[in-house]
Design a protein around this ligand. Structure first.
Ligand code: FES
Length: 208
């Protein structure tokens, strides 16, 4: 079997070799206001993201992260940690894997799902921040849009499945249960899945 060849951009190499804002020690060694964890069973990675927030302005003033992930996960988290400093919470919440990939100068297709760990953990940290301060109603909702009410599957869940390199609708159903009860969500879910596949993979191929 051929070993896949992954070509990394200079930015990815730099961030992997010299990652920024890495957490030294334990989470409590960094004075933080929000803590988020994301894990990917597929590649066995886990990501921790901590944010310090200026409460009056709702701006991320500092952050730290830690992962046992691969080179792509490390480079993505490092890049993301640079991107979010000084950013409004609402804006930071909207960052998706593709934004990070673009900033990194690209990632091999098979490694795209690794970059989702950082932005997932960041969103979890922002949610955690709003919960800690007793304002959960401020958690942005667009990524939480429910597509399958019977199985509680959101648009973000579909995006995550695509980023795990799954492009077959039946596999999406196996992973999430989407569309397996009343079936009303199927047409919309298929369209969303196609849109994400086009967004993350096919449009990037045309640019290559
Ligand atoms: S809404 Fe998805 S199966 Fe019913």
């Amino acid at each position: 079997m051929d070993t896949p060849k992954w070509v990394y951009s200079e930015q990815v190499k730099e961030h992997f070799m010299d990652p920024h804002n890495v957490l030294e020690g334990k989470p409590d060694d960094f004075d933080h206001d929000g803590k988020g964890i994301a894990g990917s069973m597929q590649c066995g990675d886990e990501m921790l993201f901590l944010i310090k927030v200026d409460k009056a302005q709702e701006i991320i003033t500092d952050c730290r992260w830690k992962t046992f992930g691969c080179a792509s996960a490390i480079a993505s988290a490092s890049k993301l940690s640079d991107m979010v400093k000084g950013m409004q919470l609402e804006e930071a919440y909207q960052i998706n894997a593709n934004d990070i990939i673009v900033e990194l100068g690209g990632l091999p297709d098979k490694k795209v799902h690794c970059s989702v760990l950082g932005d997932k953990a960041l969103r979890a940290a922002i949610k955690n921040y709003y919960q800690r301060i007793g304002e959960p109603e401020k958690i942005p909702e667009d990524y939480n849009r429910l597509i399958c009410e019977c199985k509680n599957v959101t648009e973000k869940d579909i995006e995550d499945v695509v980023l795990d390199n799954i492009r077959d609708f039946r596999k999406l159903q196996e992973e999430t249960g989407l569309g397996t009860v009343c079936g009303q969500c199927i047409d919309e879910a298929k369209q969303i899945m196609q849109d994400y596949i086009g967004h993350y993979f096919e449009s990037r191929k045309q640019k290559d």
